[in-house]
Design a protein around this ligand. Sequence first.
Ligand code: TNX
Length: 542
Amino acid sequence: MPLPAREPDAATLAQAAERAAGNLLAPSAPHRLADVVPAPRQVQPDPTEDWTLPAEAVIVATADPAALAVAEQLAQLLRPATGYPLPVTDATAPEPAGGVALVLDDTAGLDAEGYRLDITTDGVRVTASTAAGLFYGVQTLRQLLPAAIESPVPVTARWAVPGGTITDAPRFPYRGAMLDVARHFFSVDDALRVLDHLARYKLNHLHLHLTDDQGWRIAVDSWPKLTTIGGTTEVGGGPGGHYTKADYTRIVSYAAARHITVVPEIDLPGHTNAALVAYPELAPDKVAPPPYTGTEVGFSYVDPANERTYEFVTDVLREVAALTPGPWLHIGGDEAFKVKDEVYTGFVERAQRIVADLGKTVVGWHQLAPAAHLDGRVLQWWGTNGEDPATLDAVHRGSRLILSPGNHAYLDMKYAPDTPIGHDWAGLIDVRKAYDWDPGTHVAGVPAEAVLGVEAPLWTESVTSLANIELLLLPRLPAIAELGWSPRETHDWADFRDRLAAQGPRWTTAGITYHRAPEIPWSANPSIPAQRNLPQTDTATP
Ligand code: TNX
């Protein structure tokens, strides 16, 4: 074969390679404006207004520290994959000018967490009345970019976004997930990674189950042995661990930066074996039980007849409250099988009062229901049959509910019999089971107005690594997130399944583990975009 007369120079080769890569990575038409999880309230596509992020784009935000923080977060989301500089600036009246404008405007008639996203060929404008709204608008924009935007290294793609307008706001104010760090301990970094997953799907609460029979995970200065002794065990006999106050504060601030409130749970009066090992004086017989590393429940409790127990509860809740900017303190209350009903109720009423005196709002599992109502009280429903007279009665007395039905929202349940980890006591929960229920009508007799929102708990008896956490969370967490965020009218399994499938390549690109649930039409070849190690002509300094 004759050689070409002249070898193309390196730059020409590089450009050709970039063009080829671009064709490979970016479909010529961007995906649909409605391809977002959770489904937005209103979507008005306008295919004549598709926009492409230019290399020289600027992100401009209202001159307000919280808005600028969201702008910087957007830049940090976009810089790794694009390799673009994406400087952030402020303005009194931000205009997209080809790039992205984040506009704080409390006269735009948007709900507190709502936003409007306007995409035109001239750029993208996110309008919201709060920084949280801007943050959610940014999460939507992120999903409208090609999946390659999730790459941690520069890749070549056409960063196209479908044109039109999205107007959005959540159905429920409380949208959460729970991580049990007591059965197995998880590092601060693992907790931060879970927060990232929550943020993607507009969840705004992380409930940390900080104490249980197998381990006590939060430092309490006035009762130091809770962690030095009570924190050193976990299910299966591993070393356990605990969060120092600085660790916990790091989690709380990382969450706050993502508009997520941490809900700390100190489980009382049951699920307290680890505390009793550390402080036998709290045990009914004042004898230290052996440390517990199994998975049974319901055998331990702090002595409700001992005044010292209330000093313990007050000290612990005071220290945890002082570290927690959010309004909630969760006092557990589940499975105290060995405490008689009247004694249990008396204990709960005192614990509820302690929380209120600390200026916090009490949350507890729905077993708290028979105790006296107290302003603002929230019960977390984990029943499996959608019906409970005591809970209904508590609702009539003013309690609100967070819905975590065990047979739909418990992410520690297996997807299918062959799921390698997880439980099945509440049944198997495939993606459709996680998605197909309505928080507004789920508990018999409880009106939607009494529902504060939804939460997906992840108990970790069988969960030992971040990869395990992600396998159980994804893809079911987005299903629960959609129930918490999207208006009921958008509820449609076939449509959800397709939108969820589009998340797969994003997770793959970002290096996130997920379960390739067979009922979801995942793309056949989840491809990791080719790394761009060519001269980066598009990042040349202006
Ligand atoms: C029940 S749900 C529990 C937890 C277990 C979980 C396992 C609830 C409030 N209590 O102690 O970890 O089942 O699925």
